[in-house]
Design a protein around this ligand. Sequence first.
Ligand SMILES: [Zn+2]
Length: 99
Amino acid sequence: MSLTSDPKDPNLTHGVNDEPVEQAKTYLVDDGTGEFVRPVRHTYVHDKGCGAVTTMGLRLAETYARDPKFYGATYCVGCRMHRPVSEFVWDGTDERVGS
Ligand SMILES: [Zn+2]
């Protein structure tokens, strides 16, 4: 898995899945500048889905912390699908991902 800040990177995938898939080869992150407006959180729960807990890497977590609405969908290791961020809460909170 690699990261890019180029939204036109041809290895990026978009949207949600209805069938299990592997994680994308490449994920988009922000440019790494600017203030955090949320805590840097690595772990979310698919509370409106399978209930699995997924942990992501630092640059993805930092992107969420700087720009909470950056992603419309995120990967669930339980479903093995990208699902809308609104189906997830940050682990240990009732705070919805993407809010
Ligand atoms: Zn799930």
